[in-house]
Design a protein around this ligand. Structure first.
Ligand SMILES: [Zn+2]
Ligand SMILES: [Zn+2]
Length: 99
């Protein structure tokens, strides 16, 4: 299991609208088992702001393309690493028992 974190980045200039500015640095966290690649991103205040097929919806469904925001993806495997470490511990314990 791993977590995927998606962070929204707005352009930091005068042309960026208020919605995009407010979305800046907003982070969504998904568990890999939820299949996030098939999802759209929803913001509690602005609703669906990104759709897999249409891209950014920050300016509404009629205006897709004027938004210059981008997103960064990060995958957190720390849960997986912890799980593997625990499994290894259990194996070591188990092997000790065999002796
Ligand atoms: Zn905007
Ligand atoms: Zn934007």
């Amino acid at each position: 299991m791993a977590q995927i974190m998606i962070e929204w980045h707005a352009m930091h200039d005068d042309k960026a609208c208020l919605i995009c500015k407010l979305l800046d640095n907003y982070v969504w966290v998904f568990d890999t088992k939820d299949n996030p690649l098939d999802a759209s991103l929803t913001h509690p205040q602005f609703g669906v702001v990104w759709d897999m097929h249409g891209g950014s919806m920050a300016h509404g469904h009629e205006d897709m393309g004027s938004c210059r925001c981008n997103m960064t993806w990060e995958i957190d495997f720390s849960d997986t690493k912890k799980m593997i470490a625990e499994l290894r511990e259990q194996m070591v314990e188990g092997l000790r028992g065999i002796k």
